[in-house]
Design a protein around this ligand. Structure first.
Ligand code: UTP
Length: 276
């Protein structure tokens, strides 16, 4: 039995790339066809056997809480009609999962957002999903694949993907020994390297299994690039102790934090009817 029962969703970022759409609406509520990004994330966590959803929100993010709550007026209005089944997905989530929320008052970076989630997570290993990285798979979801690996290695696992070198400066990048096919023992990590300084094209994407010592490390992590507390800096401390695995997952990721990725995800999902 795995020890991972909670998934943290850092969802406090401004989403400036989608302004003005994200002025009053969270980026995580942008829909891929009919479902908001964060719902796909929650479904991926459920597919991995997780029922505790811990969401780090910020100002202007109330729509996320409302989405996973009951809407009495709507339920009443739609009851008995042929549209009622459209609410089955969110009802199922509500029945199976427990949601908890906290706010990140100042946007001091992903590392800081994760630190804010400590009160919701406690002292246990946990999963992290960045909902703007939307992943599709043929078989088990990406998080389910990573939990299987966690059960074997019992250390932090980061999902990685090969990206074109000209895009590498958008990502945290790993360096390491390939222990098994697609499984790397990470020895070094660099946040947003320039293409000529990057030591590999293996980029970290928005899926993690983190061991709880990450909280103490984050507390002692000074702000890095652009004054933000970088998760990559804290992960590097774990990596130096030999405690980080990079995993090339099976599946496809869409960077829905970018306009191109969002449109690709929408087209793919519409064609494959993945939103039903
Ligand atoms: P991004 O780097 O995509 O930033 O954050 P962003 O603010 O969401 O989007 P842009 O770049 O302004 O368009 C990666 C993830 O980390 C979360 C975001 O919500 C997103 O899921 N995040 C980032 C926080 O929760 N808090 C922060 O302070 C920063």
């Amino acid at each position: 039995m795995t020890a991972i029962s909670k998934c943290l969703f850092p969802a406090a970022g401004y989403g400036t790339r989608f302004l003005p759409a994200t002025k009053a609406m969270p980026k995580e509520m942008l829909p891929i066809v009919t479902k908001p990004l964060i719902q796909y994330g929650v479904e991926e966590a459920m597919d991995a056997g997780i029922t505790g959803m811990a969401i780090v929100t910020g100002r202007g993010k109330r729509a996320i809480e409302d989405h996973f709550d009951i809407s009495y007026e709507l339920e009443h209005q739609i009851a008995g009609s042929d549209q009622e089944s459209l609410l089955d997905g969110t009802r199922h989530i509500r029945d199976k999962c427990r949601f908890s929320y906290t706010r990140q008052a100042e946007m001091k970076g992903l590392g800081h957002a994760i630190l804010m989630g400590q009160s919701l997570i406690g002292n246990n290993p946990f999963a992290v999903i960045l909902a703007d990285d939307y992943c599709v798979t043929e078989g088990p979801g990406v998080l389910a694949q990573m939990i299987r690996l966690y059960d074997q290695y019992r250390c932090t696992i980061v999902a990685i993907e090969e990206v074109p070198m000209e895009e590498i400066s958008r990502y945290g990048v790993i360096e390491g020994e390939e222990a098994e096919e697609g499984i790397f023992r990470v020895s070094n990590m660099v946040e947003k390297p320039s293409p000529d300084s990057a030591s590999s094209n293996l980029a970290i994407i928005g899926r993690y299994i983190l061991t709880p010592d990450i909280f103490q490390i984050l507390e002692n992590t000074a702000p890095g690039k652009s004054g933000e507390i970088q998760l990559t800096d804290a992960l590097l401390t774990q990596a130096h102790a030999g405690n980080v695995i990079g995993y090339k997952f099976d599946g496809r990721r869409f960077d829905c934090g970018s306009i191109d990725g969002f449109i690709e995800a929408t087209n793919h999902t519409y064609k494959s009817r993945n939103y039903e």
